[in-house]
Design a protein. Structure first.
Length: 138
């Protein structure tokens, strides 16, 4: 995550609904996208669905500072409606990755980082209260 905070947002689209939008691929400001709904979008310099998904994950969604998963779901749903269902799965995977980073913290651990996986497991055990049963057995 970038060092920018929520107060650095330059374009707020919270709760905005549009039928479609068109934009350039470069020059995106920091965004607040929670609740932004649309049926179609077009990125002028991108035609290939893989390039659109890569741009969506690395630029559009990466610049969102809302902390919401809704922008990922909206982007994936719009890709599915355009016939890019397999590419929409990539966005859903990025959504889960983003959600995992929110659980673990702002640090982005390597997927095979055993210590990060253990910390996540420990947090989930602590949150569920199941660790109390183990404490009694020890």
């Amino acid at each position: 995550m970038s060092p920018h905070g929520k107060n650095d947002v330059q374009l707020t689209l919270r709760g905005t609904t549009v039928a479609s939008w068109t934009a350039n691929k470069d020059g995106w400001p920091l965004l607040y996208l929670a609740g932004f709904k649309y049926s179609y979008f077009n990125i002028l310099e991108l035609k290939d669905s893989t390039d659109i998904v890569d741009w969506g994950i690395t630029t559009f969604l990466a610049n969102d500072r809302s902390g919401s998963l809704q922008p990922y779901e909206q982007f994936a749903a719009t890709l599915s409606a355009r016939g890019f269902g397999s590419n929409a799965d990539d966005v859903r995977y990025a959504e889960r990755d983003y959600q995992r980073h929110q659980l673990v913290g702002n640090a982005a651990p390597h997927p095979y980082d055993v210590l990060a996986v253990y910390r996540l497991w420990l947090r989930l055990r602590l949150l569920s209260g199941a660790w109390l049963g183990w404490r009694v057995l020890w």
